[in-house]
Design a protein around this ligand. Structure first.
Ligand SMILES: NC(=O)c1ccc[n+]([C@@H]2O[C@H](COP(=O)([O-])OP(=O)(O)OC[C@H]3O[C@@H](n4cnc5c(N)ncnc54)[C@H](O)[C@@H]3O)[C@@H](O)[C@H]2O)c1
Length: 353
C-alpha cells in the first residue's frame, strides 16, 4: 500500500501539476485533489486529473466541515490560495484572509489528527515591499539589486535571512502568518513540515491573469495580439522577476516528499534564480520571438499597490539541502507554455484573452 497525499488547491496550476507528477512517480500512492474551483480555468484540470487516477473532491478550505470530512492522509501539500497580491486592496479582505490563513488552520487541524507531513506553498511575498524596492537601482536591463546594504540581498537574489519587518500585502501577510502557525502545530503535534517560499512559477496549465500568472498572460496577449501595458515605476517595463518552470518545482517537491525526516522544520526560498530572470521588456522580447507577433505595449506610469521593482530568488539554501537546482531556462519555459497554448487554443481563449 502506498501513502495518501492530499493536495489542497489541487485543481490549480501548481496543485494539479504536482498531483500528476507525484502520481506518475509513485502510482501506488492515493492522490486526492481538493479544490473549490474558485480560480477560473481550474475546472479544466479535472478531466486530466481523473484520467490519471487522481481523485477530485470539491470543497473549500474555509470550511472546517469540508476539510474535516476528507479521508485520512499521510501528507498534506497546501496549494490552495487567493494568490493575488492585489487581494483586499480597496475591497473586502475576508476571502484572502479566510482562505489563506483560516484555511491553513483547518488543514493543520486535519494534519494534526492524522499526524501527517505538511508541505506548504508559501511565497516570496513574505518579504517586505519597501525594503526590497529601496535596494533597487534602474539600468537599461531593468532594476537590479544593490548589494551589501541589507542581509540576504546579494547578486544571487533574496535569501531567507532578508529582514521581515515591514508591509508585504495581505497575501504575503496571510502566508507569513500561516508559516508561523505551521511551526507551532509542528511543535505541538510533532508534525514534519517544510515551507517553500516561491517566487514566480510558470508553465503549461497556468491560467495567467494580470495579477497572477503574468508570463502566460504575456505570451497569450502576444499570440492573440491583444492589449498589454507596462504598469508602474514609470511604465517602462523595468520590473524584474525570476521565473521557475513548473516541472522544476515538481521535481523539487518530489525530492522533498522523500526527505521529510531530514528537511523537517526548514523554510526555503525557491525560484528560477538570477540566471532565469528578466525585465518585463525582456518578457516582451521572449513573447514576440516565440509567437512571431510584435505588439505595442502601452505605458501606465501609475504604480499599483504592492508592486515590487524586482524579485530574484537566491536558491543557495534549498540547493545545499536537497541538491536541487532549476534545469529549465526561460526560452524553454516560454516554448513549453506556448506549445500548450497552441494545443488548447479554443479551450484557453476565453480564459487567457
Ligand atoms: N504561481 C505562482 O507564481 C506562485 C508563486 C508563489 C507562491 N504560489 C503559491 O502556490 C500555491 C498554488 O498557486 P497556483 O499558482 O497554483 O494558483 P492557482 O490559483 O492556480 O491555484 C490555487 C487553487 O486554489 C483554489 N482555491 C482558492 N480558494 C480556495 C478555497 N477557499 N478552498 C479550496 N480551494 C481554493 C483555486 O480554485 C485554485 O484552483 C498558492 O498557495 C500560491 O500562493 C504560487
Amino acid at each position: 500500500m502506498g501513502k495518501t497525499i492530499l493536495i489542497t488547491g489541487g485543481a490549480g496550476f501548481v496543485g494539479s501539476s504536482l498531483a500528476l507528477h507525484l502520481k506518475a512517480e509513485s502510482p501506488q500512492d492515493r492522490v486526492i485533489s481538493f479544490d473549490n474551483l474558485r480560480r477560473r480555468g481550474s475546472e479544466l484540470n479535472i478531466p486530466r486529473l481523473k484520467a490519471n487516477g487522481i481523485e477530485f473532491i470539491h470543497g473549500d478550505v474555509r470550511s472546517a466541515a469540508d476539510v474535516g470530512g476528507l479521508p485520512p492522509f499521510d501528507l498534506l501539500i497546501e496549494c490552495s490560495a487567493e494568490p493575488s497580491v492585489m487581494a483586499g486592496y480597496g475591497a473586502d479582505a475576508r476571502y484572502v484572509v479566510d482562505t489563506n490563513l483560516m484555511g491553513t488552520v483547518n488543514c493543520l487541524e486535519a494534519a494534526a489528527q492524522y499526524k501527517a507531513d505538511v508541505l506548504f506553498m508559501s511565497t516570496s511575498r513574505v518579504y517586505p515591499i519597501a525594503a526590497i524596492n529601496e535596494l533597487c537601482v534602474e539600468s537599461e536591463k531593468g532594476f537590479t539589486l544593490r548589494e551589501g546594504a541589507t542581509p540576504g540581498a546579494t547578486k544571487m537574489g533574496i535569501a531567507e535571512d532578508f529582514p521581515l519587518a515591514g508591509i508585504r500585502s495581505l497575501y504575503g501577510a496571510t502566508k507569513l502568518a500561516s508559516e508561523l502557525l505551521i511551526a507551532e502545530y509542528a511543535e505541538i503535534h510533532g508534525l514534519r513540515a517544510v515551507v517553500n517560499r516561491c517566487g514566480v512559477i510558470a508553465g503549461p496549465w497556468q491560467m495567467g491573469k494580470t495579477d497572477q500568472g503574468f508570463v502566460l498572460l504575456w505570451i497569450a496577449r502576444h499570440h492573440w495580439e491583444l492589449p498589454l501595458s507596462y504598469i508602474g515605476f514609470g511604465g517602462k517595463g523595468s520590473q524584474v522577476r525570476d521565473v521557475l518552470h513548473i516541472d522544476d518545482l515538481c521535481e523539487l517537491i518530489g525530492t522533498q516528499v522523500g526527505a521529510m525526516e531530514e528537511l523537517q522544520g526548514k523554510t526555503f526560498n525557491v525560484g528560477g534564480g538570477a540566471a532565469n530572470s528578466a525585465s518585463l521588456r525582456g518578457f516582451t522580447e521572449l513573447s514576440a520571438s516565440i509567437t512571431g507577433n510584435r505588439i505595442t505595449v502601452a505605458s501606465d506610469p501609475a504604480e499599483r499597490p504592492g508592486d515590487l521593482k524586482l524579485y530574484v530568488t537566491d536558491n543557495s539554501r534549498v540547493s545545499e539541502a536537497t541538491g536541487w537546482a532549476p534545469r529549465r531556462n526561460l526560452p524553454t519555459l516560454v516554448a513549453d507554455s506556448y506549445q500548450w497554448l497552441l494545443d488548447n487554443e479554443d479551450l484557453l481563449r476565453p480564459i487567457l484573452s
